[in-house]
Design a protein around this ligand. Structure first.
Ligand code: NAG
Ligand code: NAG
Ligand code: NAG
Ligand code: NAG
Ligand code: NAG
Ligand code: NAG
Ligand code: NAG
Ligand code: NAG
Length: 899
């Protein structure tokens, strides 16, 4: 494990401090172990630190030994002079609340220096967890070794828990903890990987003097200076423009670069997995699983002469990663791999392209290791229940972080069942002798997997509640030693008599003195048979009522569970109400095989679209039901918002949010109207892709839309796009990735040729159709071009692409007002979506990444006017156009990592 020491800037002026102090929005900077309420501005960095108090309630503050402290160690950053240790409890956690809340991206940095605080000269070893997943096993080389670790992670909840776990090798401690919000659009990783990026190296290439914690790094990254003896340093005093690059490496970092001493050689940079901290993988016996992401920063620091150019290729282990990188002068760009680099040995080579006469350069580089997050947080209802119990009783235990996780470090007195692939469940609570007062908390009944409940020897009062009966798996319950009144509910007694439950209660809580219950004890068998019969009867009646209600979904009085769920999310209307809201179906706004869509208005004034099933359509009825079912299951900002439905006899209507700008098909093909800008087209494409991506990857089982087309993409008043019309969509049977279909449906022009031929349905069929929509957006022409003798859009674009002429197919209505590279990239995406063979098509995840890059290029690479964006990040998709469009066989450049 190598963690480079980080340094802090010293000779700093007051002005600097002020500047930094101003830009710390959202920063959390904790000097762990500093005296309570001791807040200060670190003069070296200008960062405002606070003490631990509001982030953790456990632990003991200590100072490091004088030998390692200032002034004996004048370079020691102030936050490292003290630390917080955790002699009590196996797991102690800091709770950090990022400003951006759930789903925000954050950089979290933890710093540790032992400094012989306990005089034992024996640095401990312990584990650091982020929520329930291991972040790092912390180990030290010596007393003064500073371990700094940084992770870039998405918040899965509103808070992060940073937990220190005692593994029996000394008392865990921590010196500093920092959180910095990061723009969500950067440091993305393959959405198929569940994990976070742990920093391996972050280097300011070519900088010789001093260190790198820069005032103007908005993310407060620490850049370590680095040069190789084989390199020459280049630098400029001209400020580098970082405004178009979301990675925002500070100008000071970008102003220095390195080139190889011998210009015909390549710039090389290598590392081995053993250098990175991969202790965490040793339990699997092999390190080959380590995955890396590399972010390379380029900006030319000299203006090249008229006949000189700088252009280079980047490869990884001799396999191409990006081609023809042309850094612009004084303008920052970032390149990174879209698929992780997997392997034990890694070598990045930057080599000038043939015929170019300036050597390659590199300004900065960040290398991250993927720390896979395989553990799940505890089942959320269990978490809510136990949190509520904790608050109700003011439980005086170290109950922080996740109740069950990390695995085998559950809260004191809480035991959990860990099953693969499911969130852990709480199965046992022991709150014996814990000074509990008040009544038995109703939230206990929400712990539906609970097997053991021990509340003995507290001061609980009140009745023994009936809701304990709801704990169906309860095997052991101890309520002895409380002041509870009333009796144990009969069904629990029953379970106890049948040997299913071990009950310990005070005698007064057992009802053997009261008259009418006494019989039960005298003739328990009769009673249990009787109660069983009664129960059975109740069941039968309930079931009858329930199935009756099911056949009358329209019946408002229905109170079964499904009915309630429906009503809470989606309103149910009567046919009369539907007629009323559409003013007796006055304004038709669309028509389809199923019937007509009408404009309507709800009582609250909101406009809606009402899709009414025509009485004649029998096929339509099934699709209608299907659509209603899908809509009730899925909720996403890019899927048509469902307001409600009506189902009176055979008259069925679906009510949606009204989308003021109609469907995309009409919008692009109505060519006289305001043509859409390229940026808007990309945003529409991204919206639609997000909707599909959710159906494919966010739903279980995955839902295949089966009728993706521009007519099914609706546009709101501000042109936000939503996917609509789920009439044909289909959930794949569980665990199946393809499904054979006898009945091929869809729309000509958009229909996947493979699916049409083989009836083999998988989500790649939607990807194909989406690719056609993308081509429509790019060319402004419909899937089937009527004005050109009904040729298919791929037949139209194919010959141009084969010639390498991408410009001719771009919709002339955009009048050249777009970034050419962005459009090219979109063409690549469309092309890999519409490959003939479904297995060679990309997934919606990948489509989304590609499209976001297009948008990035469009937004950041000025000037417009069809200019290219030679130095933006590329990578990922790369195609060669071959003459026969249906055999276009583009290779996705995943990097050699494969999948
Ligand atoms: C650490 O040192 C500071 C300054 O000397 C002192 O104020 C503080 O009380 C010490 N903390 C502990 C836990 O000894
Ligand atoms: C302690 O370990 C660090 C990291 O390996 C090293 O840089 C430093 O020189 C060591 N210090 C001493 C006093 O050995
Ligand atoms: C580094 O610092 C030394 C001493 O202050 C100075 O002579 C040298 O020019 C500096 N180098 C650079 C590249 O700034
Ligand atoms: C530079 O590298 C090339 C190719 O490796 C080699 O042929 C050439 O001799 C080198 N030049 C010098 C000055 O070392
Ligand atoms: C990585 O390991 C290989 C083989 O063990 C060795 O030749 C190479 O020098 C190492 N590279 C680095 C950067 O440590
Ligand atoms: C262009 O290249 C030629 C030959 O390499 C060189 O002699 C000339 O000075 C260069 N011109 C400029 C403006 O750099
Ligand atoms: C650089 O990359 C481009 C595009 O990938 C490729 O055509 C070219 O041959 C590469 N050049 C070198 C020197 O590897
Ligand atoms: C844990 O859960 C699994 C799956 O629900 C179940 O089969 C198993 O019996 C449970 N184990 C315990 C100890 O409750």
């Amino acid at each position: 494990m190598i963690f480079f020491l980080h340094f802090f800037i010293f000779c700093i002026t007051q002005g600097f401090v002020l500047v930094h102090a101003q830009v710390q929005t959202g920063y959390i900077s904790i000097d762990c172990g500093s005296p309570d309420n001791f807040n200060y501005v670190d003069l070296d960095t200008g960062i405002s630190y606070t003490s631990d108090g509001s982030f953790i309630s456990t632990g003991v503050n200590k100072n490091i030994s004088l030998l390692y402290a200032y002034p004996n160690n004048p370079m020691l950053p102030q936050p490292l002079s003290d630390l917080r240790t955790f002699p009590q409890g196996d797991k102690n956690c800091y709770t950090l609340r990022p400003n951006g809340g759930k789903r925000s991206l954050n950089l979290i940095r933890a710093t540790f220096m032992y400094g012989n605080w306990d005089g034992e000269n024996k640095p401990p070893e312990f584990d650091l967890f982020l929520d329930v997943n291991l972040w790092l096993s912390v180990k030290f080389k010596n007393n003064s070794h500073v371990v700094t670790t940084e992770i870039i992670s998405v918040a899965l909840e509103n808070t992060f828990s940073v937990c220190l776990v005692n593994i029996g090798k000394g008392t865990p401690f921590i010196s500093g903890l920092e959180l910095r919000p990061v723009d969500r659009s950067i440091y993305e990783i393959d959405p198929g990987i569940s994990g976070s990026l742990v920093l391996f190296q972050r280097l300011d290439i070519g900088f010789l003097n001093g260190t790198g914690r820069y005032v103007d790094d908005v993310y407060d990254r620490i850049w370590s200076p680095y040069v190789s003896p084989l390199w020459d340093s280049l630098s400029t005093s001209i400020e580098i423009d970082i405004s178009g690059n979301y990675y925002r490496a500070p100008s000071e970092v970008m102003q220095t670069a390195a080139t190889p001493k011998n210009g015909s050689e390549s710039l090389e940079f290598s590392w081995n997995v053993s250098d990175a901290d991969t202790d965490t993988n040793t339990d699997t016996g092999t390190n080959t699983g380590a995955k890396f992401y590399v972010y390379m920063y380029f900006a030319d620091v000299v203006v090249s002469g008229r006949n000189q150019t700088r252009e280079f290729n980047v490869s990884w282990n001799e396999k191409p990663l990006f081609g023809n990188v042309k850094p612009r002068a004084y303008y920052a760009s970032t390149f990174y791999n879209l698929k992780p680099l997997v392997g034990n040995e890694h070598k990045i080579s930057i080599r000038r392209s043939v015929g170019e006469n300036l050597p390659p350069i590199l300004n900065a580089i960040e290398i991250f290791r993927v720390q896979e997050f395989k553990e799940l947080a505890t089942f959320s209802k269990d978490v809510n229940a136990i949190e509520s119990i904790k608050t109700t009783y003011k439980v005086n235990k170290n109950w922080v972080g996740d109740p069950c996780g990390p695995k085998n470090y559950s809260w004191e007195g809480v035991r959990c069942n860990y099953t693969n692939s499911n969130p852990p469940r709480i199965i046992s609570i022991n709150l014996s002798t814990s000074d509990l007062t008040g009544q038995i908390a109703p939230s206990i009944a929400n712990l539906s997997s609970l097997e053991t409940l021990d509340l003995s020897n507290n001061s609980l009062t009140g009745q023994i509640p009936e809701f304990l009966e709801d704990l169906l798996f309860l095997k052991f319950m101890d309520l002895k030693g409380n002041q509870l009144s009333g009796y144990v509910p009969e069904s629990l007694l029953e379970r106890s008599r049948n040997g299913l439950l071990t009950l310990s209660v005070d005698n007064r809580n057992i009802c053997d003195s009261c008259e009418n219950k006494k019989r039960n004890i005298i003739v328990p068998i009769v009673a249990s048979i009787l109660s069983f019969l009664v129960l059975l009867l109740v069941f039968i009646i309930a079931w009858r009522i329930r199935s009756k209600q099911k056949t009358h979904i329209g019946n408002k009085a229905n109170t079964n569970e499904e009915g309630r769920a429906l009503e809470s999310n989606n309103k149910q209307f009567t046919y009369a109400e539907v007629a009323n809201m559409t003013n007796n179906f006055q304004t038709p706004i669309g028509k389809g095989g199923f019937g007509t869509v009408y404009l309507g208005q709800l009582k609250n004034g909101n406009q809606v679209a009402v899709k009414l099933l025509s009485a004649s359509s029998s096929q339509g009825y099934k699709e209608f039901q299907n659509e209603a079912e899908v809509l009730m299951r899925v909720h996403h900002r890019n899927l048509a918002s469902f307001v409600g439905y009506s189902h009176d006899d055979k008259k069925m209507a679906l009510v949606y949010e009204y989308m003021a700008n109609g469907n995309l098909k009409n919008y692009i093909l109505d060519r006289s109207d305001h043509p859409l800008s390229w940026e808007t087209r990309l945003k529409i494409a991204i919206d639609a892709a997000q909707g599909l991506e959710y159906l494919h990857h966010g739903c279980r089982p995955a839902i295949i839309h089966r009728d993706v087309k521009s007519a099914n993409i609706l546009l709101s008043a501000n042109l936000d796009a939503k996917i609509a019309d789920f009439g044909l969509s289909l959930g794949l049977p569980n665990d199946q990735t393809t499904f054979i279909f006898t009945n091929v449906t869809g729309t000509t022009g958009y229909l996947d040729p493979e699916y049409r031929k083989s009836h083999n349905l998988n989500e790649k069929s939607d990807v194909y159709s989406f690719g056609i929509v993308l081509f429509e957006l790019i060319t402004g022409r419909p899937a089937i071009i009527k004005t050109m003798d009904h040729i298919h859009i791929l037949q139209y674009v194919g010959p141009y692409l084969a010639k390498g002429d991408t410009t001719s197919i771009i919709d002339e209505q955009m009048e050249g007002d777009f970034n050419l590279d962005s459009v090219w990239k979109a063409i690549e995406v469309a092309a890999v979506c519409t490959r003939n063979v479904s297995s060679k098509r990309v997934t919606m995840n990948e489509v989304l990444i590609g499209l976001k890059e297009c948008l990035d290029m469009e937004l950041t690479c000025g000037p417009r006017n069809g200019s290219t964006c030679g130095n933006m990040k590329i990578g990922g998709l790369r195609i060669d156009y071959s003459p026969e469009i249906y055999s276009m066989d583009f290779e996705v450049m995943t990097g050699p990592s494969g999948r």
